[in-house]
Design a protein around this ligand. Sequence first.
Ligand code: KE4
Length: 427
Amino acid sequence: MNRAKSKALFERAQQVIVGGVNSPARAFRAVGGDPPFIVQAKGARVTDADGNDYIDFVGSWGPAILGHTHPEVVAAVQRTMSEGLSFGAPTELEIELAEVIVKALPSIELLRLVSSGTEATMSAIRVARGFTGRELLVKFEGCYHGHADHLLVKAGSGAATFGEPDSGGVPAGTARTTLTLPYNDLAALEALFAAQGSEIATVIVEPVVGNMGCVPPARGFLERILQLCHDHGAVSIFDEVMTGFRLARGCAQGRFGLKPDLTTLGKVVGGGMPLAAYGGRRDIMSVIAPLGPVYQAGTLSGNPAAVQAGLTTLSLLDDELYDKLETLGGKLEEGLVAALADTGVTGCVQRVGSMITLFFAEGPVRNFADSAATDSDRFAAFHRSLLDGGVYWPPSKFEAAFLSGAHTDDDIEETVAVARAGLGKLS
Ligand code: KE4
Protein backbone atom coordinates (compact mmCIF):
# COMPACT_ATOMS: atom_id res chain seq x y z
CA MET A 1 0.00 0.00 0.00
CA ASN A 2 1.50 3.35 -1.03
CA ARG A 3 1.67 5.84 1.87
CA ALA A 4 4.23 8.25 0.39
CA LYS A 5 2.20 11.37 1.19
CA SER A 6 1.68 10.28 4.81
CA LYS A 7 5.41 9.61 5.08
CA ALA A 8 6.23 13.11 3.82
CA LEU A 9 3.63 14.66 6.15
CA PHE A 10 5.08 12.71 9.09
CA GLU A 11 8.59 14.05 8.33
CA ARG A 12 7.17 17.59 8.13
CA ALA A 13 5.13 17.13 11.30
CA GLN A 14 8.19 16.04 13.28
CA GLN A 15 9.83 19.41 12.61
CA VAL A 16 7.22 21.27 14.63
CA ILE A 17 5.17 18.77 16.69
CA VAL A 18 6.72 16.51 19.34
CA GLY A 19 7.21 13.12 17.69
CA GLY A 20 5.04 14.38 14.84
CA VAL A 21 1.91 13.60 16.83
CA ASN A 22 -0.29 15.18 19.47
CA SER A 23 -0.63 11.97 21.45
CA PRO A 24 2.16 9.36 21.70
CA ALA A 25 0.31 6.19 20.66
CA ARG A 26 -0.45 7.78 17.27
CA ALA A 27 3.26 7.69 16.34
CA PHE A 28 3.04 3.91 15.66
CA ARG A 29 6.32 3.35 17.56
CA ALA A 30 4.92 0.20 19.15
CA VAL A 31 4.17 -1.36 15.76
CA GLY A 32 6.77 0.25 13.48
CA GLY A 33 6.36 2.12 10.24
CA ASP A 34 4.93 5.59 9.71
CA PRO A 35 1.37 6.44 10.71
CA PRO A 36 -1.14 7.14 7.95
CA PHE A 37 -2.27 10.77 8.02
CA ILE A 38 -6.05 10.72 7.93
CA VAL A 39 -7.92 13.17 5.74
CA GLN A 40 -11.49 11.89 6.04
CA ALA A 41 -13.65 9.61 8.17
CA LYS A 42 -17.09 8.39 7.13
CA GLY A 43 -19.06 5.64 8.83
CA ALA A 44 -16.77 2.69 9.58
CA ARG A 45 -14.00 3.92 7.29
CA VAL A 46 -11.11 6.34 7.34
CA THR A 47 -9.12 7.58 4.33
CA ASP A 48 -5.47 8.59 4.41
CA ALA A 49 -3.57 11.30 2.52
CA ASP A 50 -2.67 8.81 -0.23
CA GLY A 51 -6.32 7.92 -0.81
CA ASN A 52 -6.12 4.53 0.93
CA ASP A 53 -9.35 3.43 2.64
CA TYR A 54 -9.34 1.44 5.88
CA ILE A 55 -12.01 -0.29 7.93
CA ASP A 56 -11.57 1.60 11.20
CA PHE A 57 -11.36 -0.15 14.58
CA VAL A 58 -9.70 2.76 16.39
CA GLY A 59 -12.81 4.93 16.19
CA SER A 60 -10.84 7.92 17.46
CA TRP A 61 -9.95 5.72 20.49
CA GLY A 62 -13.59 5.17 21.39
CA PRO A 63 -15.82 8.20 20.63
CA ALA A 64 -17.01 7.04 17.20
CA ILE A 65 -19.56 4.53 18.49
CA LEU A 66 -22.08 5.58 15.80
CA GLY A 67 -19.40 5.52 13.11
CA HIS A 68 -17.74 8.70 11.89
CA THR A 69 -19.58 11.87 10.82
CA HIS A 70 -23.09 10.60 11.57
CA PRO A 71 -25.26 13.03 9.55
CA GLU A 72 -27.56 13.89 12.48
CA VAL A 73 -24.58 14.69 14.73
CA VAL A 74 -22.82 16.80 12.10
CA ALA A 75 -26.00 18.73 11.23
CA ALA A 76 -26.83 19.40 14.89
CA VAL A 77 -23.30 20.61 15.65
CA GLN A 78 -23.31 22.88 12.58
CA ARG A 79 -26.63 24.39 13.67
CA THR A 80 -25.34 24.97 17.19
CA MET A 81 -22.02 26.41 16.02
CA SER A 82 -23.84 28.95 13.87
CA GLU A 83 -25.17 30.44 17.13
CA GLY A 84 -21.73 30.60 18.76
CA LEU A 85 -18.81 28.30 19.52
CA SER A 86 -18.29 29.08 23.18
CA PHE A 87 -19.75 31.64 25.55
CA GLY A 88 -18.07 30.92 28.87
CA ALA A 89 -21.54 31.22 30.34
CA PRO A 90 -24.26 28.75 31.37
CA THR A 91 -26.54 27.45 28.62
CA GLU A 92 -29.72 25.36 28.54
CA LEU A 93 -27.92 22.85 26.32
CA GLU A 94 -25.56 21.94 29.19
CA ILE A 95 -28.57 21.26 31.43
CA GLU A 96 -30.08 18.97 28.79
CA LEU A 97 -26.89 16.91 28.52
CA ALA A 98 -26.49 16.74 32.30
CA GLU A 99 -30.11 15.57 32.64
CA VAL A 100 -29.55 12.84 30.03
CA ILE A 101 -26.45 11.59 31.88
CA VAL A 102 -28.17 11.68 35.29
CA LYS A 103 -31.12 9.75 33.86
CA ALA A 104 -28.85 7.10 32.36
CA LEU A 105 -26.69 6.68 35.49
CA PRO A 106 -28.54 6.39 38.84
CA SER A 107 -25.18 6.75 40.64
CA ILE A 108 -24.79 10.32 39.33
CA GLU A 109 -26.85 12.92 41.22
CA LEU A 110 -24.66 15.92 40.42
CA LEU A 111 -21.99 16.39 37.76
CA ARG A 112 -19.55 18.72 36.06
CA LEU A 113 -18.75 18.86 32.35
CA VAL A 114 -15.06 19.22 31.45
CA SER A 115 -13.00 18.96 28.25
CA SER A 116 -11.04 15.70 28.49
CA GLY A 117 -10.95 12.39 30.29
CA THR A 118 -7.77 13.46 32.06
CA GLU A 119 -9.55 16.53 33.41
CA ALA A 120 -12.44 14.34 34.56
CA THR A 121 -10.30 11.83 36.47
CA MET A 122 -7.93 14.49 37.85
CA SER A 123 -10.92 16.43 39.18
CA ALA A 124 -12.73 13.38 40.57
CA ILE A 125 -9.61 12.36 42.51
CA ARG A 126 -9.20 15.88 43.90
CA VAL A 127 -12.86 15.85 44.96
CA ALA A 128 -12.43 12.47 46.67
CA ARG A 129 -9.36 13.74 48.53
CA GLY A 130 -11.19 16.95 49.48
CA PHE A 131 -14.27 15.07 50.66
CA THR A 132 -12.36 12.52 52.76
CA GLY A 133 -9.51 14.77 53.89
CA ARG A 134 -7.20 11.86 53.02
CA GLU A 135 -4.34 11.63 50.50
CA LEU A 136 -3.83 8.03 49.35
CA LEU A 137 -4.99 7.17 45.84
CA VAL A 138 -5.26 3.50 44.84
CA LYS A 139 -5.15 2.49 41.19
CA PHE A 140 -4.48 -0.72 39.32
CA GLU A 141 -1.45 -1.46 37.18
CA GLY A 142 -2.33 -1.33 33.51
CA CYS A 143 -5.31 0.93 34.00
CA TYR A 144 -4.85 4.32 32.35
CA HIS A 145 -6.75 7.30 33.66
CA GLY A 146 -5.13 10.13 31.70
CA HIS A 147 -1.86 11.95 32.22
CA ALA A 148 -2.24 13.85 35.51
CA ASP A 149 0.98 13.53 37.53
CA HIS A 150 -0.39 11.27 40.26
CA LEU A 151 -1.83 8.89 37.69
CA LEU A 152 1.37 8.28 35.70
CA VAL A 153 2.47 5.64 38.14
CA LYS A 154 2.57 2.33 36.31
CA ALA A 155 0.04 3.64 33.81
CA GLY A 156 -1.18 1.38 31.08
CA SER A 157 -1.69 2.39 27.45
CA GLY A 158 0.85 5.01 26.26
CA ALA A 159 3.44 4.89 29.01
CA ALA A 160 3.38 1.12 29.17
CA THR A 161 3.75 0.96 25.40
CA PHE A 162 7.09 2.69 25.80
CA GLY A 163 8.01 0.22 28.52
CA GLU A 164 8.39 3.03 31.06
CA PRO A 165 5.57 2.54 33.55
CA ASP A 166 6.60 5.72 35.43
CA SER A 167 6.69 9.05 33.51
CA GLY A 168 9.54 11.58 33.71
CA GLY A 169 8.65 14.82 35.43
CA VAL A 170 6.45 13.27 38.10
CA PRO A 171 7.75 14.33 41.55
CA ALA A 172 8.64 11.45 43.85
CA GLY A 173 6.34 12.92 46.48
CA THR A 174 3.42 12.82 44.10
CA ALA A 175 4.04 9.21 43.13
CA ARG A 176 4.23 8.28 46.81
CA THR A 177 0.58 9.17 47.33
CA THR A 178 -0.44 6.69 44.62
CA LEU A 179 -0.55 3.00 45.46
CA THR A 180 -0.73 0.59 42.56
CA LEU A 181 -2.14 -2.93 42.79
CA PRO A 182 -2.45 -5.71 40.23
CA TYR A 183 -5.87 -5.63 38.52
CA ASN A 184 -8.19 -8.47 39.56
CA ASP A 185 -6.04 -9.19 42.64
CA LEU A 186 -8.57 -9.27 45.47
CA ALA A 187 -6.08 -10.52 48.05
CA ALA A 188 -3.80 -7.52 47.44
CA LEU A 189 -6.76 -5.16 47.71
CA GLU A 190 -7.99 -6.73 50.95
CA ALA A 191 -4.49 -6.58 52.42
CA LEU A 192 -4.03 -2.91 51.51
CA PHE A 193 -7.32 -1.90 53.07
CA ALA A 194 -6.54 -3.96 56.18
CA ALA A 195 -3.22 -2.16 56.53
CA GLN A 196 -4.06 1.37 55.41
CA GLY A 197 -7.81 1.57 54.93
CA SER A 198 -8.18 4.64 57.13
CA GLU A 199 -5.68 6.56 54.97
CA ILE A 200 -7.20 5.74 51.57
CA ALA A 201 -9.03 8.65 49.94
CA THR A 202 -10.13 6.84 46.83
CA VAL A 203 -9.83 3.81 44.58
CA ILE A 204 -10.08 4.44 40.86
CA VAL A 205 -10.66 1.57 38.46
CA GLU A 206 -11.58 0.89 34.85
CA PRO A 207 -14.63 -1.38 35.33
CA VAL A 208 -13.61 -3.12 32.10
CA VAL A 209 -10.02 -2.32 31.21
CA GLY A 210 -9.29 -1.07 27.72
CA ASN A 211 -5.75 0.16 28.38
CA MET A 212 -3.94 -3.14 28.68
CA GLY A 213 -6.03 -4.53 25.89
CA CYS A 214 -9.57 -5.59 26.79
CA VAL A 215 -9.47 -7.17 30.26
CA PRO A 216 -12.76 -7.85 32.07
CA PRO A 217 -13.08 -7.76 35.87
CA ALA A 218 -12.87 -11.08 37.74
CA ARG A 219 -16.13 -12.17 39.39
CA GLY A 220 -16.66 -10.12 42.54
CA PHE A 221 -13.70 -7.79 41.96
CA LEU A 222 -15.67 -4.59 41.36
CA GLU A 223 -18.23 -5.42 44.04
CA ARG A 224 -15.43 -5.85 46.59
CA ILE A 225 -13.87 -2.52 45.66
CA LEU A 226 -17.18 -0.75 46.30
CA GLN A 227 -17.72 -2.61 49.59
CA LEU A 228 -14.20 -1.97 50.93
CA CYS A 229 -14.44 1.72 50.03
CA HIS A 230 -17.78 1.92 51.80
CA ASP A 231 -16.52 0.08 54.90
CA HIS A 232 -13.40 2.26 55.21
CA GLY A 233 -14.89 5.65 54.28
CA ALA A 234 -13.03 5.87 50.97
CA VAL A 235 -14.57 7.11 47.70
CA SER A 236 -14.92 4.62 44.82
CA ILE A 237 -14.41 5.98 41.31
CA PHE A 238 -15.36 4.06 38.16
CA ASP A 239 -13.35 5.52 35.33
CA GLU A 240 -15.84 5.03 32.49
CA VAL A 241 -14.14 7.37 30.05
CA MET A 242 -13.79 4.41 27.68
CA THR A 243 -16.66 2.15 28.80
CA GLY A 244 -19.18 4.93 29.37
CA PHE A 245 -22.14 4.65 26.99
CA ARG A 246 -19.98 2.18 25.00
CA LEU A 247 -20.83 -1.01 26.88
CA ALA A 248 -24.45 -0.13 27.57
CA ARG A 249 -26.77 2.85 27.85
CA GLY A 250 -26.15 2.53 31.58
CA CYS A 251 -22.39 2.21 30.98
CA ALA A 252 -20.33 -0.62 32.53
CA GLN A 253 -21.91 0.05 35.92
CA GLY A 254 -25.33 -0.50 34.39
CA ARG A 255 -24.16 -3.70 32.73
CA PHE A 256 -22.90 -4.97 36.10
CA GLY A 257 -25.68 -3.47 38.24
CA LEU A 258 -23.26 -1.46 40.40
CA LYS A 259 -23.24 2.08 41.81
CA PRO A 260 -19.82 3.68 42.40
CA ASP A 261 -19.57 6.88 44.46
CA LEU A 262 -18.13 8.83 41.51
CA THR A 263 -17.93 8.16 37.78
CA THR A 264 -15.80 9.74 35.07
CA LEU A 265 -16.99 9.86 31.47
CA GLY A 266 -15.41 10.90 28.16
CA LYS A 267 -15.05 9.82 24.53
CA VAL A 268 -18.60 8.68 23.54
CA VAL A 269 -20.21 11.28 25.82
CA GLY A 270 -18.65 14.00 23.65
CA GLY A 271 -19.39 12.28 20.33
CA GLY A 272 -15.85 12.99 19.13
CA MET A 273 -15.67 16.58 20.37
CA PRO A 274 -13.62 17.70 23.41
CA LEU A 275 -16.12 16.92 26.15
CA ALA A 276 -15.95 14.76 29.27
CA ALA A 277 -17.70 14.69 32.64
CA TYR A 278 -17.41 13.55 36.23
CA GLY A 279 -20.15 13.16 38.80
CA GLY A 280 -21.71 11.07 41.50
CA ARG A 281 -23.16 11.34 45.00
CA ARG A 282 -24.56 14.79 45.74
CA ASP A 283 -22.82 15.02 49.14
CA ILE A 284 -19.43 14.30 47.56
CA MET A 285 -19.88 16.57 44.53
CA SER A 286 -21.08 19.40 46.78
CA VAL A 287 -17.52 20.04 47.99
CA ILE A 288 -16.71 21.67 44.61
CA ALA A 289 -16.57 25.44 44.15
CA PRO A 290 -18.69 27.49 44.25
CA LEU A 291 -20.51 25.21 46.73
CA GLY A 292 -17.43 24.09 48.64
CA PRO A 293 -13.64 24.35 49.03
CA VAL A 294 -12.47 22.06 46.20
CA TYR A 295 -11.60 24.08 43.10
CA GLN A 296 -12.16 22.96 39.52
CA ALA A 297 -12.74 25.16 36.49
CA GLY A 298 -12.39 25.28 32.69
CA THR A 299 -12.65 27.90 29.95
CA LEU A 300 -14.25 25.56 27.46
CA SER A 301 -16.14 23.37 29.91
CA GLY A 302 -19.62 22.67 28.53
CA ASN A 303 -19.14 24.66 25.34
CA PRO A 304 -22.19 24.46 23.10
CA ALA A 305 -20.58 22.81 20.05
CA ALA A 306 -19.14 19.92 22.07
CA VAL A 307 -22.26 19.57 24.20
CA GLN A 308 -24.41 19.34 21.08
CA ALA A 309 -22.17 16.62 19.65
CA GLY A 310 -22.55 14.65 22.87
CA LEU A 311 -26.25 15.26 23.25
CA THR A 312 -27.05 14.18 19.68
CA THR A 313 -24.77 11.15 19.93
CA LEU A 314 -26.39 9.95 23.17
CA SER A 315 -29.84 10.48 21.64
CA LEU A 316 -28.97 7.89 19.00
CA LEU A 317 -27.71 5.19 21.41
CA ASP A 318 -30.72 2.88 21.48
CA ASP A 319 -31.24 -0.84 22.21
CA GLU A 320 -31.03 -1.62 18.50
CA LEU A 321 -27.52 -0.13 18.35
CA TYR A 322 -26.27 -2.03 21.40
CA ASP A 323 -27.77 -5.26 20.07
CA LYS A 324 -25.97 -4.67 16.76
CA LEU A 325 -22.66 -3.94 18.53
CA GLU A 326 -23.03 -7.17 20.53
CA THR A 327 -23.80 -9.21 17.40
CA LEU A 328 -20.99 -7.71 15.32
CA GLY A 329 -18.58 -8.03 18.23
CA GLY A 330 -19.47 -11.69 18.56
CA LYS A 331 -18.91 -12.28 14.85
CA LEU A 332 -15.53 -10.58 14.92
CA GLU A 333 -14.51 -12.53 18.03
CA GLU A 334 -15.57 -15.85 16.48
CA GLY A 335 -13.79 -15.03 13.23
CA LEU A 336 -10.52 -14.12 14.95
CA VAL A 337 -10.65 -17.19 17.21
CA ALA A 338 -11.20 -19.41 14.16
CA ALA A 339 -8.36 -17.67 12.28
CA LEU A 340 -5.98 -18.29 15.21
CA ALA A 341 -7.01 -21.96 15.33
CA ASP A 342 -6.76 -22.47 11.56
CA THR A 343 -3.31 -20.90 11.35
CA GLY A 344 -2.03 -22.54 14.52
CA VAL A 345 -0.91 -19.20 15.96
CA THR A 346 -0.97 -18.99 19.76
CA GLY A 347 -3.36 -16.25 20.77
CA CYS A 348 -6.60 -15.43 22.56
CA VAL A 349 -9.40 -12.97 21.96
CA GLN A 350 -11.05 -11.05 24.82
CA ARG A 351 -14.19 -8.99 24.30
CA VAL A 352 -16.82 -7.12 26.23
CA GLY A 353 -19.52 -5.76 23.97
CA SER A 354 -17.87 -3.65 21.25
CA MET A 355 -14.43 -3.57 22.91
CA ILE A 356 -12.15 -6.35 21.69
CA THR A 357 -8.47 -7.35 21.75
CA LEU A 358 -6.48 -10.15 20.14
CA PHE A 359 -3.57 -11.06 22.42
CA PHE A 360 -0.59 -13.12 21.24
CA ALA A 361 -0.54 -15.39 24.27
CA GLU A 362 -2.32 -18.54 25.44
CA GLY A 363 -4.46 -16.43 27.78
CA PRO A 364 -6.49 -15.56 29.63
CA VAL A 365 -5.06 -12.09 30.14
CA ARG A 366 -6.17 -11.03 33.62
CA ASN A 367 -3.80 -8.18 34.52
CA PHE A 368 -0.97 -5.98 33.28
CA ALA A 369 1.74 -8.60 33.81
CA ASP A 370 -0.19 -11.00 31.57
CA SER A 371 -0.71 -8.30 28.96
CA ALA A 372 2.91 -7.13 29.00
CA ALA A 373 4.05 -10.73 28.52
CA THR A 374 2.11 -11.13 25.26
CA ASP A 375 4.22 -11.23 22.11
CA SER A 376 4.92 -7.61 21.03
CA ASP A 377 6.78 -8.55 17.85
CA ARG A 378 3.95 -10.74 16.64
CA PHE A 379 1.46 -7.98 17.43
CA ALA A 380 3.54 -5.46 15.43
CA ALA A 381 3.78 -7.79 12.42
CA PHE A 382 0.04 -8.56 12.66
CA HIS A 383 -0.76 -4.86 12.83
CA ARG A 384 1.31 -4.14 9.71
CA SER A 385 -0.50 -6.91 7.83
CA LEU A 386 -3.86 -5.51 8.87
CA LEU A 387 -2.88 -1.99 7.83
CA ASP A 388 -1.59 -3.10 4.43
CA GLY A 389 -4.78 -5.13 4.05
CA GLY A 390 -6.94 -2.05 4.62
CA VAL A 391 -7.77 -2.55 8.31
CA TYR A 392 -6.94 0.29 10.73
CA TRP A 393 -6.36 -1.43 14.09
CA PRO A 394 -5.13 0.31 17.28
CA PRO A 395 -1.30 0.59 16.96
CA SER A 396 -0.52 -0.87 20.38
CA LYS A 397 -1.08 -4.24 22.04
CA PHE A 398 -2.21 -2.30 25.10
CA GLU A 399 -5.18 -0.77 23.31
CA ALA A 400 -8.68 -2.13 22.75
CA ALA A 401 -10.25 -2.11 19.32
CA PHE A 402 -13.75 -0.70 18.90
CA LEU A 403 -16.74 -1.53 16.73
CA SER A 404 -19.34 1.00 15.71
CA GLY A 405 -22.94 1.06 14.54
CA ALA A 406 -21.62 1.77 11.04
CA HIS A 407 -19.68 -1.52 10.74
CA THR A 408 -21.37 -4.21 8.62
CA ASP A 409 -21.23 -7.99 8.39
CA ASP A 410 -19.19 -7.53 5.20
CA ASP A 411 -16.68 -5.35 7.10
CA ILE A 412 -16.30 -8.11 9.68
CA GLU A 413 -15.87 -10.80 7.06
CA GLU A 414 -13.29 -8.68 5.22
CA THR A 415 -11.45 -7.94 8.46
CA VAL A 416 -11.34 -11.62 9.45
CA ALA A 417 -10.01 -12.55 6.00
CA VAL A 418 -7.23 -9.96 6.28
CA ALA A 419 -6.47 -11.08 9.83
CA ARG A 420 -6.33 -14.73 8.75
CA ALA A 421 -3.84 -13.84 6.00
CA GLY A 422 -1.74 -11.86 8.48
CA LEU A 423 -1.75 -14.67 11.02
CA GLY A 424 -0.82 -17.10 8.26
CA LYS A 425 2.40 -15.17 7.69
CA LEU A 426 3.26 -15.55 11.38
CA SER A 427 2.78 -19.31 11.66
P1 KE4 B 1 -8.23 11.82 27.58
O1 KE4 B 1 -7.52 12.83 28.48
O2 KE4 B 1 -7.27 11.18 26.58
O3 KE4 B 1 -9.48 12.39 26.93
O4 KE4 B 1 -8.77 10.64 28.51
C1 KE4 B 1 -7.88 9.96 29.37
C2 KE4 B 1 -8.44 8.59 29.68
C3 KE4 B 1 -9.00 8.38 30.93
N1 KE4 B 1 -9.52 7.18 31.26
C4 KE4 B 1 -9.51 6.14 30.38
C5 KE4 B 1 -10.10 4.82 30.80
C6 KE4 B 1 -8.95 6.30 29.10
O5 KE4 B 1 -8.92 5.25 28.23
C7 KE4 B 1 -8.40 7.55 28.73
C8 KE4 B 1 -7.76 7.80 27.38
N2 KE4 B 1 -7.62 6.66 26.54
C9 KE4 B 1 -6.55 6.71 25.58
C10 KE4 B 1 -6.57 5.42 24.76
N3 KE4 B 1 -6.44 4.26 25.54
C11 KE4 B 1 -6.64 7.92 24.70
C12 KE4 B 1 -5.83 7.85 23.44
C13 KE4 B 1 -4.52 8.57 23.57
O6 KE4 B 1 -3.98 8.66 24.67
O7 KE4 B 1 -4.05 9.03 22.52
